[in-house]
Design a protein around this ligand. Structure first.
Ligand SMILES: *Cc1c(COP(=O)(O)O)cnc(C)c1O
Length: 384
């Protein structure tokens, strides 16, 4: 990172986090221990679910959720083209077919009407994502899933701590998956968590993350080398779990700080007519994940890309969250092509993720906003 750069994201690590990680390191117990258990309970409680299963990443959690639901060859799974690629890759890992539906231009989440139109007898699940943490329509997706008797998988990786009509994200589907990469609301370095009220599903996930071992050890020797199903090593080590426990204890404080930063951004950017700012519906208590603005519809992708480059040239971290999944090479190779999901494509060509983390000062935010305004006016001048 060049000196003076305002970074796009940054984990919030304090002496409390350091202490618990160090204590765990010194304990000698580095895998499958008390920190895993405590971390699972904390995340399950924060998401209104009875079971938490810690895994090595959000992606691993999505993979296990699909396998535990028995999804495989010949099955179709509906998901959004406007997300991080893991939301769809898990479908390919399971050998099933991703079916994308276009999004709503306001919430950036799947359009419920299009989901219903895409359901076939082969549809075996819906993976709904809270785009940038926005929980809009989560209850509508749950209703559709119930109507067609298929499971809703909630990829809530961006929504830890968010509620919609008083209900916690993670609890809308049969199963929810969180991720703890360092740019998320809390981090474990790498890590994820499956949450569910379904004990049977939880048991299958616990076994599969641990090489298919039985979840209840019996017999004098235990059954450490008995593998009752095909499993994986998707465990989360104790050091990461300790960091997760310490971070979860500070979650309300982290959410509040992120909310303040978002408010300051909205206040500073409100007057720029070329920008569409993120909105939070009254039914939503948002735990802010990222701060993503977009240029108005008359801007092209090339213009947006020049604005991003200009920001970077001025040491302002930024990103194009998200390029459409269906246009990534492995998906184009499956036959997906430009023009198939025009709303998602149009939105994704105009988004700008701005620096967003708890350590931003007002001065940083002012600098980011002034630079953004300058880059936009430069684009306007070059048009005239
Ligand atoms: C972060 C994220 C994931 C999981 O990412 P990992 O890096 O595997 O933890 C999955 N889906 C979405 C929408 C995400 O934002």
């Amino acid at each position: 990172m060049p000196e003076g750069e305002i970074s796009l994201s940054r984990p919030d690590i304090t002496a409390l986090d350091e202490r618990l990680v160090l204590e765990t390191l010194r304990s000698g117990r580095l895998s499958i221990g008390p920190m895993q258990e405590e971390f699972e309970q904390l995340v399950a409680r924060a998401s209104g679910c009875t079971n938490g299963i810690a895994v090595s990443s959000g992606t691993a959690g999505l993979h296990l959720a699909l396998l535990a639901l028995g999804i495989g060859q010949g099955d179709e799974v509906i998901t959004t083209p406007f997300s991080f690629i893991a939301s769809a890759n898990c479908i390919l890992y399971a050998g099933a077919k991703p079916v994308f539906c276009d999004i709503c231009p306001q919430s950036l989440n799947l359009d419920p009407k299009r989901i219903e139109a895409a359901i076939t007898p082969r549809t075996k699940a819906i993976i709904a994502v809270e785009a940038f943490g926005n929980p809009a329509y989560m209850d509508a997706y749950a209703a559709i899933a119930a109507k067609y008797e298929i499971p809703l998988i909630e990829d809530c990786c961006e929504a830890l701590g968010t509620t919609w009509r008083g209900r916690k994200c993670g609890s809308f589907g049969r199963v929810g998956i969180f991720g703890f990469y360092p740019n998320k609301q809390i981090t474990t370095g790498e890590g994820g968590m499956i949450v569910t009220d379904d004990d049977h599903l939880a048991d299958a996930c616990r076994s599969m993350r641990n090489q298919g071992r039985p979840t209840k050890m019996t017999g004098a020797l235990g059954q450490w080398l008995h593998h009752e199903r095909l499993g994986y090593n998707y465990r989360l080590n104790e050091l990461s779990c300790a960091l997760g426990v310490a971070q979860m204890r500070r979650l309300p404080e982290l959410i509040e700080r992120r909310r303040e930063i978002a408010r300051t951004y909205i206040d500073r950017l409100r007057g720029i007519s070329e920008l569409v700012l993120p909105t939070v519906e009254p039914a939503c208590e948002l735990s802010w994940f990222v701060f993503v603005v977009r240029l108005s519809p008359d801007y092209s992708q090339a213009e947006r890309d020049r604005v991003l480059q200009g920001l970077r040239n001025h040491d302002v971290g930024c990103a194009d969250y998200f390029p459409c999944i269906h246009l990534q090479p492995p998906y184009q190779a499956l036959g997906f092509a430009p023009g198939m999901f025009p709303i998602a494509e149009s939105v994704s060509h105009r988004t700008i993720a701005l620096p967003f983390h708890t350590r931003l000062s007002e001065r940083d935010i002012d600098l980011v906003c002034q630079t953004l305004e300058l880059m936009i006016s430069r684009e306007q001048l070059s048009r005239d």
